[in-house]
Ligand binder design. Structure first.
Ligand code: NAD
Ligand code: LMR
Length: 336
């Protein structure tokens, strides 16, 4: 296939930070938008990081990547978001040991107001926005609210890292490659109230796709250590690394945007934080992680999945937390 003539513009915020350091390379290699799609990368950070940004630009240049046509380092959101087709909103403060992600709300939510306004003014109207910076779901909600000229469906929050973590737990339990595991679901918030749900998941063992529930044999693992390990994995990484996850977060951001851009395979679904329409008894108008199928760059919530009593209580809990975060975010923004 011939290389696409027109490069697309893609912005990464927090471009001088640790997630971006892995993410920029993966995007520029063609792992998200395809090996034929040339790119102009916009690198947005804050003024004190301008010098570090220059170093990142040098390194990108020295990677000698054929798809990368141009790099635009900037500390001005209006330049950073100008004409972009895809936006990775990574730039925000990470949590430290002992904090919950929602403790970042008052520091980070204002960033997403400013960036929503800038996207509204200068980005392409069909821009696909992925919010990674925590608390990701509520930041995505705020960002979309301040960008009324861009459809709400174009804003999403990242729970793909949680999905990948869940898949890695199952693959390792059965000693199979990660590609043998599919259709795990992350419901709700990217927080310790998220509900990692394997009840509709499939696993390929001995050349046969089986229900994970049948393969495991009883629910005590899937409703116990499996859920807890995934919920607390971010904190476990912080405790070990003294910094929050970065390489795995960058990989998950690539997976999320890749599937949004190119679609999901028939019968497969992935999890994304998207505007809730109240599906599965979730609160409306919060950004809630659902299983989605994607076609022509449009996601659609997978319908009619059964929810157990255990699942119901978990969905209610994470939905309640998202409503509380929304209230708190609005009061932070009102007081500014
Ligand atoms: P980092 O501190 O290494 O980098 C953050 C960067 O953002 C810094 O360079 C900082 O200067 C920049 N920044 C701050 N305010 C900005 C603004 N207004 N505009 C542009 N840039 C700005 O942090 P990191 O490890 O890269 O993590 C970034 C965020 O991603 C954190 O909030 C972290 O909690 C979150 N995160 C989310 C997930 C997820 O699964 N959703 C996973 C990992 C990390
Ligand atoms: C993660 O899940 O690793 C990130 O959200 C970082 C964190 O604070 O846990």
């Amino acid at each position: 296939m011939a290389r696409a003539a027109e490069p697309i513009r893609v912005v990464v915020t927090g471009a001088a930070g640790q997630i971006a350091y892995s993410l920029l390379y993966m995007i520029a290699r063609g792992e998200v938008f395809g090996k034929e799609q040339s790119l102009i990368l916009h690198l947005l950070d804050i003024p004190p990081m301008a010098g570090v940004l220059e170093g990142v630009v040098m390194e990108l240049s020295d990677c000698a990547l054929p798809l990368l046509r141009k790099v635009v380092p900037t500390t001005d959101p209006l330049e950073g978001f100008k004409d972009v087709s895809a936006a990775f909103l990574v730039g925000a403060m990470p949590r430290k040991e002992g904090m919950e992600r929602k403790d970042l709300l008052s520091a980070n939510v204002k960033i997403f107001k400013v960036q929503g306004e800038a996207l509204d003014k200068v980005a392409k109207k069909d821009v696909k926005v992925l919010v990674v910076g925590n608390p990701a779901n509520t930041n995505a909600l705020v960002c979309a609210n301040y960008a009324p000229s861009i459809p709400r469906e174009n804003f999403s929050a990242m729970t793909r890292l949680d999905q990948n973590r869940a898949a890695a737990q199952i693959a390792s339990k059965f000693g199979v490659p990660i590609s043998n595991v599919s259709n795990l679901i992350i419901w709700g918030n990217h927080s310790s109230t998220q509900y990692p749900d394997a009840s509709h998941g499939k696993i390929l063992i001995d050349n046969e796709w089986k229900n994970i529930v049948d393969a495991v044999g009883d629910n005590s693992y899937l409703e116990g250590p499996f859920v807890e390990t995934v919920q607390k994995r971010g904190a476990a990484v912080i405790s070990a690394r003294k910094m929050s996850s970065a390489m795995s977060a960058a990989k998950a951001a690539c997976d999320h945007m890749h599937d949004w851009w190119h679609g999901t395979a028939p019968g497969k679904f992935v999890s994304m934080g998207v505007f809730s329409d109240g599906s599965y008894g979730s609160p409306k108008d919060v950004v809630f992680s659902f299983p989605v199928e994607i076609k022509n760059k449009q996601w659609k919530i997978v319908e009619n999945l059964s929810i157990s009593n255990f699942g119901r209580s978990k969905l209610d809990l994470t939905g309640k937390e998202l409503e509380e975060e929304k209230k708190e975010a609005m009061s932070v923004l009102d007081s500014n």
